[in-house]
Design a protein around this ligand. Structure first.
Ligand SMILES: *Cc1c(COP(=O)(O)O)cnc(C)c1O
Length: 394
């Protein structure tokens, strides 16, 4: 019997033939330097748990206490009956940490982008969007119905040219960019972007998902890294990476945040972040503010990893952050290398292929963290050297 959904099986077959079908592993332990998969321990080199806060004892304790005090769920959309004291405390904490007037918490980073962008711009406006922006920005811009102009990756001459050509096509204008690009680890020139925004009267919005906990003093992020504080209009971020938990936020001036509470659809039509998650994030920010030893460990591990892989003969691209792409190019070779590392070296490092990155630049993206030991880093380099030789990618 044929079913109306049989096309799914043939799509899967096509993906497998093209080397673009990515197996999804199940983790049977907490996130950390090592994880358990199918009963066996693997060196984990692909989580975004930069500072190890996902399984930090104090962060877990804060979540448990909040569950005791507020229960497991927010119970409703925040504007109806789902705003808890922990949400308000967290929003104050983020604004203070980011040196912004105000902030608003969402249930995820993707939802923060989907919610905030359509509040900032609409059909009479124009968005200047970086070529390599994250999918959630692209979706947010689509939802806004604003006219979209894409500028080339890291190319400020191109941004200027497109501003001159198209700024007048929108009443309001917004320049939107990832802070740290998640697949390459390079850093947007936010100082120049800010200048261009000022010159052409365009708002500037930065998605700092991979800058939080990684760049700036105590991990305050990219705006602090460039010392731009009050000059960037909107800072958006996630709690799911360095901050170790779940959720997202937007920070900006008080009126803007007030308006988001009236208009952002994921805020108005989806229930609030779980209290335990909110409390975990609050504690993570406190830990980061009190002590930068995790941040320093993250960077020393990442410097060593990059150097070791380069010495082994790998191309680690243009990364300026702990994100360490090992660029192989060919999709099938990349999948093969990843599976050899997994099977023969107990190293867990996921392949990243089209459409997450362009065709022909397939890679394994390594994410060192503060909870990896020096030995873990050396083990990774060694595994890559051996597997790379065996598969003749070196
Ligand atoms: C991961 C990521 C997001 C989404 O964040 P979640 O909180 O996981 O939904 C948004 N933007 C960028 C640049 C990201 O890397």
């Amino acid at each position: 019997m044929t079913r109306r959904t049989d096309w799914a099986a043939s799509d899967i077959k096509e993906l497998k033939e093209a080397g673009r079908y990515v197996p999804i592993r199940t983790i049977e332990s907490p996130q950390g330097a090592w994880v358990k998969i199918e009963g066996k321990k693997y060196l984990n080199m692909c989580s975004n748990n930069y500072l190890g806060l996902a399984n930090h004892p104090e962060v877990k304790k804060a979540a448990v206490s909040a569950i005791e005090a507020y229960g497991v769920g927010a119970g409703a959309v925040r504007s109806i009956a789902g705003t808890d004291t922990v949400h308000i405390n967290l929003e104050k904490k983020i604004a203070e940490f980011k040196h912004m007037e105000s902030s608003l918490v969402f249930q995820g980073g993707l939802l923060a982008n989907a919610g905030a962008i359509p509040v900032l711009v609409g059909k009479d406006d124009v968005v200047f969007s970086e070529e390599l922006n994250h999918a959630s920005i692209i979706d947010g811009v689509r939802l806004s119905s604003a006219r979209r102009v894409v500028f080339r990756h890291m190319d400020m001459d191109d941004l200027r040219t497109k501003m001159k050509e198209s700024r007048h096509e929108g009443k309001k204008a917004l320049i939107i960019t990832d802070g740290v690009f998640s697949m390459d680890g390079d850093i947007a020139p936010l100082d120049e972007i800010t200048e261009i925004g000022e010159e052409f009267d365009a708002m500037v919005y930065v998605d700092d998902a991979h800058g939080e906990g990684v760049l700036g003093k105590n991990g305050r992020g990219i705006v602090d890294h460039f010392g731009l504080s009050s000059r960037v209009d909107v800072e958006m971020g996630t709690f799911s990476k360095a901050l170790g938990s779940m959720g997202g936020f937007v920070a900006g001036n008080a009126d803007l945040i007030d308006l988001m509470k009236q208009r952002a659809r994921p805020f108005l039509f989806s229930s609030g972040l779980n209290p335990g998650d909110a409390a975990a994030v609050l504690r993570s920010i406190e830990i980061m503010s009190e002590d930068d030893s995790l941040l320093r460990k993250l960077w020393s591990n990442s410097d060593r990893l990059k150097k070791g892989l380069q010495e082994a003969g790998y191309n680690t691209g243009s990364s300026k952050t702990p994100i360490t792409p090992v660029i192989i190019g060919d999709e099938k070779k990349t999948l093969e290398l990843s599976s050899t590392l997994f099977r023969e070296h107990a190293l867990f490092a996921s392949p990243i292929v089209f459409p997450t990155v362009a065709k022909g630049v397939a890679r394994i993206r390594l994410m060192p963290s503060a909870v990896h030991s020096e030995n873990d880093i050396e083990t990774s380099i060694d595994a890559f050297r051996k597997a790379g030789r065996a598969l003749k990618v070196l």
